[in-house]
Design a binder for this molecule. Structure first.
Ligand SMILES: *Cc1c(COP(=O)(O)O)cnc(C)c1O
Length: 457
C-alpha cells in the first residue's frame, strides 16, 4: 500500500480494540528480578503483599508466564469512552522538518486526566471494587496519576485518598480541584496524618516533599485503615500490563496499513507508558520474529537508566515498600526541580530494567530546554500542546528524523505522546521567559546517593 493512502489519523473500530492485555514477561528469557521483603531479603509472596495491594493485582504482579490476561468487560466498556486513542501520522511535522522519515505518534491525552494513566487507574479501581474494598490510597507528584485514579474511583464508587507532593499541591491548585471534583480527598505530603509523615517533617521541617515520601504515607494509610489498599500508577509489572493496551492498539493500527516501525520512542519516568507502548513489539523481538530499535528518553536531571545503578533499592523514602531490582539513582535521591514531574522518580520498572540490562533497548537523557524547544516546535505544527514528559519523546523523535534527513533514510518512527500540558503552563512560561535551567547532577552527587543503597548479600 502506498504512503499516500495512510490517513492522518488511524482509528480502530470498537470491535478491533484489544480484548486482553499482553504480559511481556511471558516472553522474556531473563525474567525481571522479584520484589524482596525489606527485612528478610526473601522474595515477597502473595500473602505478604496482600496487606498492601489488591489480591487480583498481586496475581498479575507475580505472574511471569501467562502471556495474555482478559480485560474484564466493565473495563473494556470504560475504555470505549476514550479509546481507541488515535495513532496520528505526523505529516505536518515531517513537512516542517523536511525529513524523509515517516513519523507516527500515539496520543494518550484525549481524556480529562490528560494522560495514559487512566488505562491502569480504571483497572486497579475495578479490582479493588471486585474485592469489596471501601477505598484506595495513593500518592501523586505532578498530579496526573491522582487525577486518573480519582476519575476511576468515582466511576466505581470507591473512596480515594491522595497524598500529593506538597510542592505540587501548592503549585498546581487546579489539578487538586479536578481530583476533588471527582470526590477524592487530597492531602499535601508530608502530612501529620501518618507516622512516617510526622517523622519526615520532624527531620526536615519546611520540606516541600517528594514522591518517595508521599508513597510511604499512602502505604501506611492503606495498611492501617480497614478496607483500604494502596495502588501505584507506574513502575509495577501490573501497571505495565494494563498499559499494554497502548502498544496493542498501536500495532493493530499499523498492521492495518502494513507499516513496520524501525524506531520506537517513549519517555520514561517509572516506565509504564514506554513498557506499554513497546510491549507487543518487544514481544516479537524477544521471540525473534522482528527487530526494532527501542529508545527510552529520560530527563538529564533524573537519569535512572543512563547514569543509575542496576541494583536492589527501596521504592520509597520511608523504606516501607518491598525492595525492587532496578536502574536507580538511590531512594534518597531528590532530583533538582524540573518541569517534567512525571519523570522525577528515582527508579525504573524492573521489567524495563532487565530488558535494558540485556541490551534489548537503548536509553538517552535530554536536557530540559531542549525538551521545551521540541514541545513548542511540535505544538506549532501538530496542534497539540504536549505535556513536558511527552516532549522528551518528541525531542528524540525529531532528532532521529533529522538524522534521516542527513542520511536520506526513510525510517519509520513511532513515539508515545503520553499527554497534554495545560497544567504545565508555568513551565512553558519559564521557558518563554528564558528562565529555565538545565540542571545535571554531578557524579559526586549521584555517588553520595549510591552509597546509601541497601547492602545486599
Ligand atoms: C506519569 C507520566 C509519564 C511518566 O510515567 P511512566 O510511568 O514512565 O509512563 C509520562 N507522561 C505523562 C503525561 C505522565 O503523566
Amino acid at each position: 500500500m502506498s504512503a499516500e493512502k495512510i490517513p492522518y489519523k488511524i482509528y480502530l473500530e470498537e470491535s478491533e480494540m484489544p480484548k486482553a492485555w499482553y504480559n511481556l514477561r511471558a516472553d522474556m528469557k531473563n525474567k525481571p528480578a522479584p520484589l524482596l521483603n525489606p527485612a528478610t531479603h526473601e522474595p515477597m509472596n502473595a500473602e505478604e503483599l496482600a496487606g498492601v495491594f489488591c489480591d487480583e493485582l498481586i496475581k498479575q504482579e507475580l505472574d511471569d508466564t501467562t502471556p495474555y490476561f482478559d480485560i474484564p468487560e466493565e473495563i473494556r466498556n470504560f475504555y470505549k469512552m476514550y479509546r481507541p486513542s488515535p495513532l496520528v501520522r505526523a505529516y505536518c511535522l515531517e513537512e516542517k522538518l523536511q525529513t524523509p522519515a515517516k513519523i507516527y505518534y500515539k496520543f494518550e491525552g484525549n481524556n480529562t486526566s490528560g494522560s495514559h494513566k487512566l488505562n491502569s487507574a480504571i483497572a486497579q479501581a475495578y479490582y479493588a471494587k471486585m474485592q469489596g474494598l471501601k477505598g484506595v490510597t495513593t500518592e501523586t507528584g505532578a498530579g496526573q496519576w491522582g487525577t486518573a485514579l480519582s476519575m476511576a474511583c468515582s466511576y466505581f464508587g470507591l473512596d480515594c485518598k491522595v497524598y500529593m507532593v506538597k510542592v505540587s499541591y501548592e503549585q498546581k491548585p487546579f489539578r487538586r480541584e479536578v481530583m476533588r471534583t471527582y470526590g477524592a480527598s487530597v492531602t499535601p505530603s508530608p502530612s501529620t496524618d501518618t507516622r512516617v509523615g510526622r517523622k519526615i517533617l520532624e527531620e526536615h521541617p519546611g520540606t516541600t516533599g517528594s514522591l518517595g515520601c508521599a508513597i510511604s504515607e499512602a502505604v501506611e494509610k492503606a495498611t492501617s485503615t480497614e478496607g483500604y489498599r494502596y495502588v501505584l500508577g507506574s513502575v509495577l509489572n501490573q501497571v505495565l500490563l494494563h498499559q499494554s493496551v497502548i502498544g496493542l492498539e498501536t500495532k493493530a493500527a499499523l498492521d492495518k496499513y502494513g507499516v513496520k516501525p524501525d524506531i520506537i520512542i517513549g519517555c520514561a519516568g517509572g516506565g509504564s507508558n514506554l513498557g506499554g507502548l513497546i510491549a507487543p513489539f518487544m514481544g516479537e523481538k524477544l521471540r525473534g520474529e522482528a527487530d526494532y530499535r527501542i529508545i527510552a528518553v529520560e530527563p538529564a536531571s533524573c537519569p535512572s537508566f543512563t547514569r543509575g545503578k542496576y541494583a536492589y533499592d527501596f521504592c520509597d523514602t520511608g523504606m516501607v515498600c518491598p525492595l525492587a531490582k532496578m536502574y536507580t539513582l538511590g531512594s534518597g535521591f531528590i532530583p533538582a526541580p524540573n518541569h517534567a514531574g512525571g519523570l522525577r522518580y528515582h527508579g525504573m520498572s524492573s521489567t524495563l530494567s532487565q530488558l535494558y540490562a540485556d541490551g534489548l533497548m537503548e536509553a538517552t537523557g535530554v536536557p530540559q530546554t531542549a525538551v521545551f524547544e521540541a514541545a513548542e516546535q511540535f505544538a506549532r505544527v501538530e496542534g497539540i500542546l504536549p505535556a513536558p514528559e511527552s516532549a522528551h519523546a518528541i525531542r528524540v523523535a525529531i532528532d532521529e528524523a533529522m538524522r534521516c534527513k542527513e542520511t536520506g533514510e526513510e525510517k519509520t518512527i513511532v513515539f508515545g505522546l503520553t499527554g497534554t500540558g495545560y497544567f504545565d503552563m508555568v513551565a512553558y512560561e519559564k521557558f518563554h521567559d528564558g528562565k529555565m535551567e538545565d540542571y545535571i547532577p554531578t557524579d559526586e552527587e549521584l555517588q553520595a546517593s549510591f552509597d546509601k543503597l541497601p547492602k545486599m548479600d
